[in-house]
Design a protein around this ligand. Structure first.
Ligand SMILES: Nc1nc2c(ncn2[C@@H]2O[C@H](COP(=O)(O)OP(=O)(O)OP(=O)(O)O)[C@@H](O)[C@H]2O)c(=O)[nH]1
Ligand SMILES: [Mg+2]
Length: 202
C-alpha cells in the first residue's frame, strides 16, 4: 500500500488534517495504527470527533509517534487504498526531551519510506516574521530538498485565520517552484484539491 506522510513543524495542524481529511474521504470510524519509537504497535478505533479532542492540542509536540489511518482515494470509477501517516512535528533546535528527539528521528525515517509527502505550513504564522524564520529552518530545508522528488506538495494551513492570506502570499513568493494548496484543516477547505493531488500521484 502506498504511504502518504504528513510532515511539518509542531502545532501546524498535522493531526487535525489526518482526522478531518480521513473523515472527508468517507471514514466514519478511524482505525488508528500507532508505532511508537520503541517499535511497539497498537490500534485504536475512535470516531473523528473523539479523535480531535483526544489527539489534538494547542501545545507543541502533542503527537510523539507515527499514527496512520487507511483511507480510500477515488480513482476514476474505482478507488485505491492508501495509508495516511501523521508524524511528530519538527523543530529547528535540538529538543531537551529525549522522547521528542526520538519521535523526530522516527519522522525523518518515515519520510524516506513515503511515496507522497504532504508538507503542512502554518500560513497564519508565516505572516508574522520574514521567511524563512517564520516557518523555521527545518521547513525551509525540507522544501528545498523536496524540489528534487515527485509527490511533494505544500499545504498552507489555517487559511480561516485573517493573517493567513498575507502568509500564503509570502509562502508562494518563497517557494515559487512548488505546488502549494491553501487549506483549512479545521474547516475542511481545500480538501478536494488535496484529494486530486493524491489521486494523480499514487
Ligand atoms: N484556526 C485554525 N486552527 C487550526 C487549524 N488546523 C489546526 N489548528 C489548530 O492548531 C493547533 C495544533 O493542531 P494539531 O493538529 O495538534 O497540530 P500538529 O501539527 O499535529 O502538532 P504536533 O502534534 O504537536 O506536532 C490546535 O489548536 C488546532 O485546533 C486550522 O485549519 N485553522
Ligand atoms: Mg499532531
Amino acid at each position: 500500500m502506498k504511504k502518504c506522510t504528513i510532515i511539518g513543524k509542531t502545532n501546524v495542524g498535522k493531526t487535525v488534517f489526518l482526522i478531518n481529511f480521513a473523515e472527508y474521504l468517507g471514514v466514519k470510524t478511524l482505525e488508528i495504527e500507532r508505532l511508537d519509537t520503541e517499535g511497539v504497535k497498537d490500534r485504536e478505533k475512535i470516531n473523528p470527533r473523539a479523535a480531535l479532542s483526544k489527539l489534538v492540542d494547542g501545545k507543541t509536540h502533542k503527537t510523539r509517534n507515527i499514527q496512520a489511518v487507511t483511507v480510500d482515494i477515488p480513482m476514476g470509477k474505482g478507488k485505491k487504498k492508501i495509508q495516511l501517516v501523521d508524524t511528530a512535528g519538527l523543530i529547528d533546535d535540538i529538543h531537551p526531551d529525549s522522547n521528542v528527539r526520538k519521535a523526530i528521528s522516527q519522522t525523518l525515517s518515515t519520510v524516506r519510506e513515503s511515496d507522497l509527502i504532504l508538507h503542512i505550513i502554518d500560513a497564519s504564522a508565516a505572516d508574522k516574521k520574514e521567511l524563512p524564520n517564520a516557518m523555521g529552518i527545518v521547513d525551509y530545508q525540507i522544501a528545498q530538498f523536496a524540489q528534487i522528488r515527485r509527490g511533494y506538495v505544500i499545504l498552507a494551513n489555517k487559511m480561516d485565520l485573517p493573517e493567513a492570506k498575507n502568509g500564503l502570499k509570502k509562502i508562494r513568493e518563497e517557494f515559487s517552484g512548488h505546488f502549494i494548496i491553501p487549506i483549512s484543516a479545521l474547516h475542511k477547505t481545500g480538501f478536494k484539491e488535496v484529494k486530486t493531488f493524491v489521486a494523480h500521484n499514487i
